[in-house]
Design a binder for this molecule. Structure first.
Ligand SMILES: [Zn+2]
Length: 303
């Protein structure tokens, strides 16, 4: 029998969070062939087609996403940023030049951040409240970046990868959404979602493991996260629904991680948006304003 969307959502099923890092195929980080910002304009753009494909898929299924735009994309394609806001999705910030936090000085980070925020707010015609660091590069050594986010008017961050990974991560982080107090004020942190399998924490909800895992496993792991009372944070890049995009040259391991199973993303994402209620960070915060479950989790950058 045909089941309506509502039938899937009875029984108090949790709403999960959908996010897109809005960047192009040449923005893959940490490979020697990653082109420099001055070269980006000369490369074949794929962003408009891929991003529109995602927005259409979301809109058909009533899903609302937070779109973390690179400031560079917001500048070059300001119509995409405006359209995102007009279609009811949230415009958020992914920095301007896609630099890892730890490779910048504090001043460089600040100017990259503010440049991007200004561009995106102009284009969207709305305040930008959320930030995600390129490569989820928020670490213990770079928590000063959270102070900069507060000082620049950001209300939340979703840049902590709360497990060990090839390049850092922050295994000691709380896995729940939580509050971090800094000398400049408080900020809400939404760590990337991880679930335990065979004693280890993995993120099945974006990137390589999302592409590698069969859909039933992603669904099982998302239920496990919800059973703990946490929303799942999904993340996707527009290039991931475009199996024929040009490739950057890189070693075999990175090639596998970056490009494995690109042809499976569209179908998995389609299942997801049909089966789950997916909303933006902004909407989640509105709906969970009074919940104490996560607001009791508070930490300080001073510790
Ligand atoms: Zn990125």
């Amino acid at each position: 029998m045909f089941m309506s969307r509502e039938d899937h959502h009875t029984g108090g099923e949790m709403k999960n969070i959908l996010s897109v890092d809005v960047e192009d195929w040449f923005h893959i980080l940490r490979v020697s062939s990653t082109p420099r910002v001055e070269e980006w304009s000369k490369l074949e753009p794929r962003i408009e087609r891929n991003f529109h494909f995602l927005l259409d898929q979301f809109d058909r299924n009533d899903a609302k996403a937070t779109c973390f735009f690179l400031g560079w994309i917001g500048e070059k394609y300001s119509h995409l940023t405006r359209e995102t806001a007009e279609r009811g999705h949230e415009v958020a910030c992914h920095g301007y030049g896609h630099q890892l936090i730890g490779t910048q000085t504090r001043e460089q980070f600040r100017s990259d951040l503010r440049k991007a925020k200004d561009i995106l707010e102009q284009a969207a015609g709305k305040q930008v409240r959320g930030y995600r660091a390129p490569g989820f590069s928020m670490k213990k050594e770079t928590l000063w970046a959270l102070e900069e986010l507060v000082a620049s008017g950001f209300e939340y961050d979703s840049s902590i990868f709360p497990t060990t990974r090839g390049h850092g991560g922050m295994a000691e982080s709380d896995v729940f959404p939580h509050i971090i107090s800094t000398p400049n004020g408080r900020i809400i942190e939404f760590p990337i979602s991880v679930a335990r399998l065979l004693g280890r924490k993995y993120c099945f909800f974006g990137g390589g493991y999302f592409r590698l895992s069969p859909y039933f496993l992603i669904r099982k792991m998302s239920r496990a996260v919800n059973l703990e009372g946490r929303p799942v944070i999904y993340y996707i890049h527009p290039r991931e629904i475009d199996p024929s995009h040009p490739r950057l040259s890189m070693n075999l391991v990175r090639r596998f991680k970056s490009y494995v199973n690109l042809n499976t993303t569209t179908e998995k994402l389609n299942n997801l948006v049909k089966e789950q209620t997916l909303i933006s960070f902004e909407k989640w915060l509105q709906e969970n304003k009074t919940s104490t479950q996560w607001q009791n989790h508070e930490y300080s950058t001073a510790n």
